[in-house]
Design a protein around this ligand. Sequence first.
Ligand SMILES: O=c1[nH]c(=O)c2[nH]c(=O)[nH]c2[nH]1
Length: 310
Amino acid sequence: MPTILGQNQYGKAENRVVKITRDGDTHHIKDLNVSVALSGDLEEVHLSGSNANCLPTDTTKNTVYAFAKEYGIESAEQFGIHLARHFVSSQEPIKRARIRIEEYAWERIETSDGNSRFIGADEVKHSFVRKGQEVRLTEITYDGENWQVISGLKDLIVMNSTNSEFWGYIKDQYTTLKEAYDRILATQVASRWRFNWTSDEQRMPNWERSYEQVKKHMLQAFAETYSLSLQQTLYQMGSRIINNRSEVDEIRFSLPNKHHFLVDLEPFGLKNDTAEGAVYYAADRPYGLIEATVLRDGVEARIPMDLTNL
Ligand SMILES: O=c1[nH]c(=O)c2[nH]c(=O)[nH]c2[nH]1
């Protein structure tokens, strides 16, 4: 049976790059995990074994490290754009580059006098603790003409200990869930948002500020929404971002509902009442999984449905 080569891409995945910038004796860290995927005229590499059009994955790795040194890392997005442009514009057979980056944040360790800026001890200028919060993400795709930048985050764990209800749902012969008028709402946010910056002619967003602002609106909407379902909270989070950040046209969330169930303490003669502060069992599985995209009216949805392997 004849066969044909379908979609293909290649490159070096998970290049771990740590760049230290020295500002006098104050240091700054950028800690990235960069994955390169290239595609183009690569049929012969697969079909005949000719490597004439193949830029080695080893070279793509070296380019990541050389660019970090030569040009620095202003933001994950800027770094990814720079790499994507390089691969597509410098190698004729390479028609498309996709750069995915995870960024791990570090913060300065405070001195014993509680101030990390006006210090006698100089270790704070170069001593860091890795932030336990979210991982920042970006994916840059470039075909020599158009850009697509989808940034995001994962593992941002949030909880509201009240202001969440869930009732009025369908009840069939299998429904046992009790209606909740005051419950815990907790989730581990995975999200991707797409920028409307698509060509060199447009003004590029300020990537660092944009990330901080999107995250701020996301968290504030989570905190400030009186929730009748995680679905409703998700929509509030997304629309708050679309309404406040003109550079973002689309945002998708994958929100596991981290269920907290009231423990039955009746057998021990104890009343476990939410109004007085209750004891919960934090279940890890199964979990409800609430996923949706929120879009600016009139734009096309481009973020893939399944965020897990992005
Ligand atoms: O916020 C929720 N949405 C649901 O769809 C759902 N289903 C469920 O059992 N609990 C919840 N909570």
